[in-house]
Design a protein around this ligand. Sequence first.
Ligand code: SF4
Length: 292
Amino acid sequence: MLNTPKELVVNWHITEACNYKCDYCFAKWNDNSKEILHSQFKVEALLKQIENIRHLLNKKSNTVYFDKLRINLVGGETFLYRRQLKNIVNLSKEYDFKLSAITNGSLFNVENIELIAKNFSSIGISVDSLNEQTNLAIGRTSKKGVFNPSEVLTAINYIKEHNPNIEIKINTVVNKLNISEDLSNFIAQAQPKKWKIFKLLPVYSNKLEILNQEFSQFLGRHSNFESIISAEDNNDMTESYLMIDPLGRFFQNGPADGYNYSAPLWETSAEIALQQINFDSQKFINRYKRII
Ligand code: SF4
């Protein structure tokens, strides 16, 4: 029997480039080929295949039906290449895709705020610390200055003013440097629909790694926000995410800290590329039920 129709989410890491240099950044694919967001032809070809994914998964499953597709744009920093981002937004509209994005919150200006308010159903902002020294130590700083929580709150208010239906989400990575912080004040003002809290994954370095007990203490300190907090188990991420890298390939965690890749979706059909990775629609739905 078919479940209620669901929204399928495809996470596209449009670029690895970022104006911040966080110590624990895992947006690294170590491939020097040119990222496809700079090529009109490749972006168009990719989006066409993304459109096919939903239909292929619906055909394959007797129990899961996706009636909508949302592209979640991830980085690097998603607002770094504004012209290319605008192009993706415009092309996505032609396919009637819903759009969301994750940003480090450093490039909010009037134009970007309008772009978000007009075209995105949700925007996720990474906020790890409210403390200038901690943000400096993490690497959340650029030529323009250190991450500024008040500027982010102002931007959130403008975005909501322009689009009262937009969902604001906050992402926080808990690590050795912010473990004792209390973000309650910020969260109370930002009023996000969801607050995703991640325990730092020691992917490239374990110097900021924390213990499970420390992570629980952080969650306990913020228990007032229990109803909007989601903390994901990393094991559940395998096979329940559809992720595309900056070169247009599906990627998934592989053995020995590496990734497994499909062929690029701008030159291969979605049908073939889906056969090259493991994606389980039912696991996706189960995850969806728990965290959305
Ligand atoms: S803001 Fe995100 S993408 Fe940029 S360096 Fe930090 S973790 Fe990486």
